[in-house]
Design a protein around this ligand. Structure first.
Ligand code: HEC
Length: 276
C-alpha cells in the first residue's frame, strides 16, 4: 500500500515535471550558399530559433491548430556584413509539402531550388544580433512543421541547415461538442425518447417541451431544452427529478444505473462548458 502510494506520487511528480520541461531555443550554425562556391558550412553565422504563443514568452515546441503562434529568429551575421541590408527567408517543410513565405506573407509551394527561393522581407539591416519575428499567426495545418530561416546578403544565402521542429496538434473537442455527441448517441435514444418523452412531449403533460423523432430536428431541439434547463436549474435539479426526488413523474432512472451515469456525465459536460 505504502509502496504503491509513493510510486504514484513519483509518477505524478515526474509527469508534471515533464509537462513543464523547459523548451530551449534551437541553436543552429549557419550554412552559406553562393553561385560560385555552392554550399559550405564554414561560416561564423549562427541562428537561434524559437516559438511561443502570441502574447506569451514561454517557449514551446507544440501548439494547437488555431493557436496564434510567434516564431522568432535571432540572426548573428558575419562581422563584415553588419550594417548591410539583407532579405529574410522562411521555409516550412511539412512532409511532403515544402513551402516558402512570399512577400505577401503567404506560404506558397517551393520546389526546393535555391534559385526559386524568394524572401518575404527585404532590406532588413543586419546587426550583430538581429532579432526578427519571422512568423506570427496560425500555422494552418496539423503535423510536424520544420521551420528553416535564412537571409540573403550581397550574393550569398545564409541559412539554417537544420530546422526548428514544431508540432501543430488537432484541437481537443470542446465540452459542449462532447455533450452534443453524447446526447445524440445515448441520451436521446435511451433516456429522452424512451422515457421522458412519454410525459414531456410537445402538447403532452407539463413541461411539454420535448419533441419526438418524427421531428427531423429533434436532436437539436431536445438538446437545447436540456441545455437551457441546465443553465436555469443546474445538474442536481435534473438528476433528482430523474430518480423521482420531487418529480411529478416519479422515478424514471435508478441512481447508479448506466442510464443515470450517462445523464450525469452529460450534465457534467454542460457544467464544464458553462465554466469555460
Ligand atoms: C410519467 C410522466 C413523466 C415522465 C415519464 C417524466 N416526467 Fe418529468 N415531470 C413530470 C411532471 C408531471 C412534471 C411537473 C412537476 C414537477 O416539476 O415535478 C415534471 C417535471 C420535470 C422537470 C422539471 C421541469 C421544469 O421546467 O422545472 C424535470 C427536470 C423533469 N421532469 C425531468 C424529467 C426527465 C429527465 C425525465 C426522463 C428521464 C422525465 N422527467 C420523465 C412527469 C414526467
Amino acid at each position: 500500500m505504502k509502496f504503491s502510494q509513493s510510486l504514484c506520487l513519483t509518477l505524478l511528480l515526474t509527469t508534471s515535471l515533464w509537462a513543464f520541461a523547459q523548451v530551449s531555443p534551437k541553436e543552429v550554425n549557419g550554412a552559406r550558399n553562393t553561385a560560385a562556391e555552392g554550399t559550405r558550412v564554414d561560416t561564423n553565422v549562427s541562428f537561434s530559433l524559437r516559438m511561443s504563443l502570441a502574447g506569451d514568452e514561454t517557449l514551446r515546441n507544440s501548439a494547437t491548430l488555431g493557436d496564434s503562434v510567434s516564431i522568432r529568429a535571432t540572426i548573428r551575421p558575419e562581422i563584415a556584413d553588419i550594417g548591410k541590408p539583407a532579405d529574410i527567408i522562411l521555409v516550412d517543410f511539412l512532409p511532403p509539402v515544402l513551402s516558402m513565405r512570399n512577400s505577401d506573407g503567404n506560404f506558397v509551394s517551393w520546389n526546393g531550388s535555391l534559385r526559386r527561393l524568394v524572401p518575404y522581407l527585404e532590406g532588413l539591416v543586419l546587426e550583430e544580433e538581429l532579432d526578427v519575428e519571422v512568423f506570427s499567426g496560425q500555422l494552418g495545418a496539423t503535423g510536424n512543421h520544420r521551420i528553416f530561416v535564412g537571409f540573403l546578403v550581397d550574393d550569398a544565402l545564409y541559412f539554417t541547415p537544420t530546422a526548428l521542429r514544431l508540432d501543430i496538434e488537432e484541437a481537443p473537442a470542446s465540452p459542449l461538442a462532447l455533450a452534443q455527441a453524447l446526447f445524440n448517441s445515448t441520451i436521446s435514444p435511451i433516456i429522452v425518447q424512451s422515457k421522458c418523452i412519454v410525459c414531456h412531449v410537445n402538447n403532452g403533460e407539463f413541461p411539454e417541451n420535448l419533441v419526438t423523432t418524427s421531428d427531423p430536428d429533434h436532436l437539436n431541439k431536445n438538446f437545447n431544452v436540456f441545455n437551457l434547463l441546465h443553465a436555469l436549474r443546474g445538474t442536481d435539479f435534473i438528476l433528482n427529478k430523474s430518480i423521482g426526488l420531487g418529480h411529478g413523474g416519479g422515478a424514471q432512472l435508478i441512481s447508479g444505473s448506466t442510464e443515470y451515469n450517462n445523464l450525469q456525465e452529460f450534465l457534467g459536460l454542460l457544467d464544464q462548458s458553462a465554466s469555460d
